[in-house]
Design a protein around this ligand. Structure first.
Ligand code: ASP
Ligand code: MG
Length: 409
């Protein structure tokens, strides 16, 4: 007998019919003798509907009130799932985040879990109940409801698995695992049997939407065995997120290709090449709470240099305004230019650590298709390039092919 945490996403509980299907699936696990804690998201579309209501009422919805409201989506689905289980003759009981006491900080709309009271859950499990917990939410020390950011139910699942020392945390979703890349762009994309935790961190932060990045962080920190599976297909083994010390890992140099077009590129031209300049450019940007991603500074020539970086697309015009009004006149740079029709394409793989020539192989593949690289950044296990947005899909396809990702390693 093992304790397992299962999380079902919004598309898996999109209708009462689907909720009954999920209940059947849970019933099967329970009949194997497992103890089950089930985390659910709001029914698909519900969170968006609630957010829209808030916006109709207040331009910039009050963060505390927004959480009071948006957390109700999950409150509905946990009750429905419990009813479905009870109807089938099982003992089931649902809890909101505040009822469990999933303690979080007070950063409304993006709170972090601090601690979970597990006594109630354990007592229910020991009494034979299937425990159903609302994803995406918690409560701060003043008793106010908080939510964990979009996709936050994944994090609830992993955090509960960590707190209860569950054998495994299973994330059931509308895809049957983590793929080498998005199959909608590359039909030959393959499901990965395993992916390392570090690779998953990179993939999640680079645009893969399968798991909320905080859930992966949590799994890494508490060494939670995490698996992504389909809630629509029976019997699949999904993708297991492994730690590098685990055996039987797939040995590929590159595990996956991520892409996004969420960013915009900004270049400050003719920057005087002197100490403190990077700080003078990025300081005011950071003060305005704008996250900066890639940063490139050229070697100086004739006393000046160019300084480029990327920001989220939503922050593009605000950042340009800051630079034009607060930075350029002060540092005496020539101009600032930028554009948001860019895309970031990244190859990710822990195998990169032990092979040379991965970057040149990537650059050659792109060159052969005439795709110009505008910026490059790397980590130990990742190489990202910025290209014109119109070449994004082509770049992903070409790289998928050149690194033989369509073939089982
Ligand atoms: N319902 C929330 C959302 O749509 C949380 C989740 O589904 O993970 O973002
Ligand atoms: Mg999700």
């Amino acid at each position: 007998m093992a304790l397992i945490v299962q999380k079902y996403g919004g598309t898996s509980v999109g209708s009462t019919e689907q909720i009954k299907n999920v209940a059947c699936r849970i019933a099967k696990f329970q009949s194997l003798g497992h103890q089950l804690v089930v985390v659910v998201s709001a029914m698909s579309g519900e969170t968006n509907r609630l957010l829209a209501l808030a916006k109709e009422t207040q331009d910039n919805p009050n963060p505390r009130e927004l959480d009071v409201m948006v957390s109700t989506g999950e409150q509905v689905s946990i009750a429905l799932l419990s009813m479905a289980l009870i109807e089938m003759g099982f003992k089931a009981r649902s809890y909101t985040g505040a009822q469990v006491r999933i303690h979080t900080d007070n950063a409304y709309n993006k709170a972090r879990i601090i601690k979970i009271d597990e006594d109630k859950l354990r007592a229910d499990l020991d009494a034979g109940y299937i425990v159903v917990v609302a994803g995406f939410q918690g409560v701060d020390e003043t008793g106010s409801i908080t939510t964990l950011g979009r996709g936050g139910s994944d994090t609830t699942g992993v955090a509960l698995a960590a707190a209860l020392k569950a054998k495994e945390c299973q994330i059931y979703t509308d895809v049957d695992g983590v793929y080498t890349t998005d199959p909608r762009i590359v039909p030959e994309a393959r499901r990965l049997k395993t992916v390392t935790f570090e690779e998953m961190m990179e993939l999640a932060s680079l645009g893969s939407k399968v798991l909320q990045i905080r859930s992966v962080e949590f799994a890494g920190k508490y060494k939670v065995r995490l698996r992504v599976l389909s809630s629509f297909e029976e019997g699949g083994e999904g993708t297991l997120i492994t730690f590098e010390e685990d055996e039987n890992m797939e040995q590929a140099i590159i595990s996956g290709i991520a892409f996004n077009h969420d960013e915009a590129k900004i270049t400050v031209l003719g920057v005087p090449d002197r100490p403190g300049i990077a700080y003078q450019i990025l300081g005011p940007v950071a003060d305005a709470n704008v996250d900066v991603d890639m940063i490139i500074q050229n070697v100086g020539y004739d006393g000046t240099t160019d300084f480029s970086f990327t920001v989220h697309r939503n922050e593009f015009s605000r950042t340009m305004d800051i630079l034009k009004s607060k930075v350029i006149p002060h540092i005496g740079a020539r101009d600032v230019v930028g554009g948001d029709s860019i895309a970031k394409v990244s190859i990710v793989g822990v195998g990169m650590r032990s092979y040379v020539g991965i970057a040149s192989k990537m650059f050659r593949a792109l060159a052969e298709e005439g795709i110009n690289i505008q910026m490059i950044s790397t980590s130990e296990i990742r190489i990202s390039v910025i290209v014109d947005e119109k070449y994004m899909e082509l770049a992903v396809r070409v790289l998928h092919k050149s690194f033989d990702l369509d073939q089982t390693p």
